[in-house]
Design a protein around this ligand. Sequence first.
Ligand code: SF4
Length: 355
Amino acid sequence: MSAGEQDLVPTGQYANPGGRRGTRPRPATAAGDVDTLAGMPPTTLLLAAPRGFCAGVDRAVLIVEKALEAYGAPVYVRHEIVHNTHVVESLRREGAVFVEDETEVPEGAVIVFSAHGSPPEAFANSKRLGHTLIDATCPLVTKVHHEARRYARDRMDIVMIGHEGHQEVIGTMGQAPRSIRLVETPEDVDALDYGADANVAYITQTTLSMDETSAVVDRLRQRFPLLHQPKNDDICYATQNRQDAVKDLTSQCDVILVVGSQTSSNSKRLVEVSRDRGTPAYLIDSADDIDPAWVDGADTVGLTSGASAPEVLVEGVIEWFRAQGLQKVRTVTVVDEDVEFAMPSVLARRLQQSG
Ligand code: SF4
């Protein structure tokens, strides 16, 4: 059941329910410039809340904007600051230069490390090159880094549950590369060559699906009865809340659309959560990606967005449906969020000095 529901939301007044602010990209699709449905439009569009920007993404985007303000362009950013094409393009237009490796950045330049976290050697390289380094790693990812280092100091074998190649996984495994093994599935756990009495601890990527992770943790417990686990779950509040909101929508919707980029782990998990409950779901970068066939014949459509997707893109999707003749838009809220993270001290000081 929903914790709360609000009635019709007037056009143009969609607060960002998962964060304090949006970013500036314009809606990708204007009403009147859309593919049309063959049949009747859906009667109702249900908006999940919370959705969109989490506190870590909000902070990371703000860090780049404030760094541009305080130091001037160019400000280099190691990796996409958050996994959203529109956010990255918008910051690029403001003067951010995205690189995959800190060693590509000129000596003495200003560099921001992305919200996903970076391995220690990236920090060492930046220091050697005399960069002004501003670390936008989400504090909840930093917490997992601390756990990894602590387990490694205690000489434990660490199992990280996560997706190979994801930037957060690279950053976390880099904290203790000789002690951490990556698993994605229960079968990967079976393949670990530790003995049953091994001193094993696990950590997880922050943006996984709860259901998928619990199957892997169950298998770890079966194999390693002495398994150590983090005091608090590593899957972050924003991931959990957005998944709970989608679960809530699945019982009320014929189909769910998730606004987010293909590179966004938490957005892809939202699609999976819906499909696992039998409700078709599709990931779209913006309204431009909607295939009318997905929603043709649907009475109620659900709409949410990943933690790195700006609200303006959700508004674009709402406009798309209005252009088709949609009548009702309703927000379904499962929980209110009020999490905020402070600016890194190096940037806060600089902003203070520049008045
Ligand atoms: S999804 Fe969670 S861990 Fe990732 S940036 Fe947002 S708050 Fe931080």
